[in-house]
Every structure is written in structure tokens, then in C-alpha cells.
Ligand binder design. Sequence first.
Ligand code: SF4
Length: 709
Amino acid sequence: VPALTPEAPPVRTTCPYCGVGCGVLARPDGQGGASVAADPQHPANFGRLCSKGSALGETLSLDDRLLHPEIAGRRASWDEALDAVAEGFRRTIAAHGPESVAFYLSGQLLTEDYYVANKLAKGFIGTPHVDTNSRLCMSSSVAAHRRAFGSDTVPGCYEDLDEADLLVLVGSNTAWCHPILFRRMLDAREKRGTRIVAIDPRMTQTGEEADLFLGIRPGTDTALFSGLLVHLADNGALDPRYIAEHTAGFEPALERARQIAPTVPATAAATGLSEAEVETFFTLFRTTPRVVTATSQGVNQSAQGTDKANAIINCHLATGRIGRPGMGPFSLTGQPNAMGGREVGGLANMLAAHMHFTPEEVDLVRRFWAAPNIITGEGLKAVQLFEAIERGKIKALWVMGTNPAVSMPRADRVRAALQKLDTYVVSEVVANTDTARARNAILLPALAWGEKDGTVTNSERRISRQRAFLKGPGEARADWWIMAQVAKRLGHAKAFAWPSAAAVFREHAALSEFENRGSRDFDLGGLADITDAAYDAAAPVQWPLTRKARAPQTRFFANGGFYTRDRKARFVAVQKPALAQAVSDALPLRLNTGRVRDHWHTLTRTGKSPRLSAHRAVPFVEVHPDDAATAGLTDGDLARVRTAHGAAVLEVMVTPGAQPGVLFAPMHWSEANTSDGRVGALAQGAVDPVSGQPELKATPASIAAEPYR
Ligand code: SF4
């Protein structure tokens, strides 16, 4: 932590909220707080912050902080707590094998923390069951990238948003959830006349600001983009040279698209749009070379999310609109370090450093780590992982920086399952989350934003530093340090003996280029020898950054060079859209869950700011006027929303922009701050068969008036 003097320059750091990854200047006040301002030099935000980012200084109070380790509600010393974790894991492994241990991580963790968790679990404990709340965020896009590109490579960069002539926003309320990128989009419209199309089942602020809003039926994105592929093919808008030289599988993908949406009228019928709306969108896309299609949770949080993302990528590959200025599919990551987790392999279907489970990759990672217990295959993804706890297959769990008892689908079952664990460890900043409240938990106080030190990677592959500018309170420690202490107690001191976050980062970078893995996208070799001083001073930089090139590569794939064996991209023949669960007489509506502008996740940080809380103060549900009339509801009433998995009591917002038959409720509120507003408990557990990402946007539901109590 830098010494504070009135003249000290502000500390450059990165906003801990969304995946835009804006640069922040923080100036500590010497009283435990700080003022924040936008960093004019950071290439994500160039001197702007949104409502959440600009209120960061209001969220630094120590109220609710976990200040000391606890074991089953009793204050403990660090030695006692770390011994208890190590002993619990050792006992569980002895009785049930290493695969009875699991880790559940978070896109809030820094890359260095993620790296250590992944190494400990997959190389030394020997369990593949490491997953993350990013499974709920963008894993369908990761899977789609891998199917199409052979690797999880984001083809473009933020400049493409500035340089596009058409921005297609699919399942993304960008204006609320990635506000600074949306500002850049509005600037592009002002400067170059860029047109914005928003595609979403509900009217949002993004939809209101768009030039064209397409209110599609829930879950029909694949039909829309299949229809678009057919339209491009039938109107001479393909790029035959790009298709022939750089791709494979076009004909089967087009044939499948013709089966799903052969014409404009068929596309309109499948999506619920008018033929004129479909025709307008198709014509815009066909006639505008510079087009970026940006996607977010409306695409990802679906039992067909991977197909949705591939249907979009198909259209970009077919027109060669990828990796060139102002062109490409672009997945907007939700969390500040969702991308960093992908880099280290902190997902159950990855090993490390964009490697998977070929024998060569397993051997390479084993040798690099000198790992005694390297895993050889995939582990359980988030929904399966918590189901395995319910079934008693997983006996020990370490949760870091996330609140699955609120945010997982069927969250009531998740919360009950946590009570069954033999060893339950929670590394947290906040003492009182629904997840940390379990009677059996070992609670480990972690450093928060402003106190911890490391790196995060944003949606455009740009690595930025999060720097400490406040002293950690109580006995809080860095997550990577906590895990290294447990590793030492498990007999792995040598492999976990880093003196600093910088040393962890160097090892992570070195693994990415170990034995010159050749045709790989993720390579940080140029940073493998970074000194502590250079790490401290590091400016934001995009990967890959190879030892040879030493300069980052901004875009990928304009000239092919995909990461498949033949270096060609793959078109994907996607499945016909179908929602995972049908509505019924008892549950005639669909519940779409999401976020509001000024809150983040489960309110542990934004809930501390009265200014942010004032935007939406209570848990609510948006209801179309027709559905409200049917249920006898008016604005401000209380209503009970039910699904097959639970019920929540929410304030009614009669919303003409809602689609008839579709409710929308935000997921932020938990038992810690409201008695009945836990919306995660209502969502179904159906998952995408490729990515394992759960459907959070279309659970069959009912709504009825709830008397005031
Ligand atoms: Fe923070 Fe995202 Fe807002 Fe930028 S856009 S200030 S990263 S919340």
C-alpha cells in the first residue's frame, strides 16, 4: 500500500464491476476511504465512469466485513483456520478420494488468485471439480468460440465498436450492464452515423436508444440468425473466397438454417417479429460491411446458448466480417475478470492456459507444475457440481468470492446442499452472505477491491492492474496467499512459495509459453520475466504478447489462421430453437431474470451506496399490462411469483415494454437483505448441453397478488 501524503498521485487501478474493465484513479483519504475518478488514459474508458464505477468511493465502508477467520461461528486464528481447512481436505481425500473435493470460484477473483486455485486443485489435490460463477455468465460464448475458432479467442477489440457502421446488440442491455461501452457506441453514432439494432424479448434502455428494436420471442435468436444466413446466401452477400480458404462446414450449416428459417415470413413466424422488421434487419446487415454483433447474457444464459452464439458467428464467417476494423462477433463478459479465469483454466472443462486434456497437454502442465496429482479429464460444471453435493458425491467445497446460495438456479436447493458438506470453506469479504451463513462453514477473511493486488482481463483481452490503495482491515489476506498456506499444509510448500502476486503472475505467463506450444492464441511470454517494478507500473495491455513479438495483437482471423488442426474455422449446424421447459396452466408465464443499472450481483458492495440503492430500492417484477390486468395487479402492488422451484414476493412494475406472457425480475436481492426476494431460487436448472450454462431467462412461472402483511 503506497504511503499517503496530500500530494501523492492517485493510484491507477481497475473498476471491479463489469467486464468493460474501466481504469480508475483512486485517492485514499487517510481515514480508510478514498475518492475515485475516471482514468483518462485507460483505453477502455478514456476518462469516463458509469454510475456504479463513480460510486466506488461510497462502497468502501467496513460494515459487514469479515475481519477474522471463523470456524463454525467461532473466531479462530489464521493458523487454526488454515489447519482446519487442510485437515478437512486431507480427511475427505483419505475417505472418499480427491474427486470428493471441489472449488467454486468467481469472476471477482484476480487472475493470480484464479491461477493458484486452479493449480492447487488440478495439479496437487488432484480434483477436476473446479468451476466458477463465470459458468453462469459467458461459458456458452466460450464453447461457441471453441467450436468455431478451435480456441476461446475473442476476435476483436473495443475500437471495432468505434469503427462499426452497424452495431447489433443481442440479449444485451448494454446501456445498463456495460454502460461505458454503450457510450462509445453512441459516440460512434454521433461521429459516423453508426446504426444500432437491439434484439431482446423486453424493451430496455438499450432498446429505447436503438435505431431498430426487435422484440423477439424468448429463445428464438437461433431462428433469427439462421434466417439471416439464408438471406445472405440468397442475396449474393456471402464472401465465397473467405468461406473457401478459411472455413469448413458451410453447406451443412446453411442447409440446417434453411430447415429452421427458410424465408423472411418463416423467420418472422418463428421469432414473433413482423416481416417488415425482419426484412429491415436483414437488409441492414447485408448492406453494411462494418458490422459488430455484440452479445451478452440473453444469448449465454440459455439452454441453447452455444447454438445461439454459433448462429451469430456463422453469419460473420459467411461474410468474412471478422477480425477487421469495425467487424466481428463480440461477446461482452459480465464480470471484471471472467476473461482472466478463462486464461488460467478456472473452468471445469479446461486444464490451464487455454489447454484442455489431450495427453500432450496434460503431460506439459504436469511437468511445468511438477504436479504429483495432475488430472486427466473434465470436472463437474457449476449446476452439476452443486447437484453432486446434494447427492453426497462431493464432500468438501471451497467457495471463493461468490454467493451461490443466491445466484445459482434453484438456489434453495443449493443452500440446503451446502449444509451437508463435511468440509465447507468460504473465502469472503462480507461476513453475512447467504452462502457464508451455513453453520458448518470455515470462513476466511479475504482482501477486497482497493486492498488487493493483481491483474484482471476485460472483454477485449486487455490485462489491467488492480492495485492496493487501502490497508486490508482486521486479519484479511489475499486469496492467493490463503491458498498457498493451505497448499503448504498439504505438503506442497515448494510449488506454492511465491513471495508476491507478481511472482504468481510470472509463473502464469511462463506456463502460457512453456515449451513454445506453437499455434496457440493465449501467449504471455513477453511478460514471463516481468520484474516486480515493471509489474507494479504495468500499463493495460492486450494478449497475446509473445516473447518474440513483444507487441500485442489487437485482432484475430481477418486472414484465417484459426486454432483448429487445419487452421480453418468451423460453421456449426445449429439446432432448431426450443425452450427447455414448457409453460402449463399452472405456470403460464415465463420468468426472465437479469440485472438493474446500479446494482452488482448480490448487493454486497453496491448495497452500501444509498445513491445506487435509490435507483431500484426493492426487489421487483416487470409485468406486461395485459398480464397485470389478468392477475388483478396494479403498479406498486406486491405479487408472489412462483415457479416449480420456489416463490418470491416482489413489487409489481406494470411495464408496457414487457412482452405479454414474460415477467422480468432482477437477481440481486438475497436473504441477507430481503426476506422473500430471492429470485435465483426460482430459476430452473436446465443447462446448455455443450457449455453447461444454465437457462436463467425463461422459467415457466405464475404471478398472483400478495396481501400486504
Ligand atoms: Fe465499472 Fe463497468 Fe461502469 Fe466501467 S462500465 S465503470 S467497468 S461498471
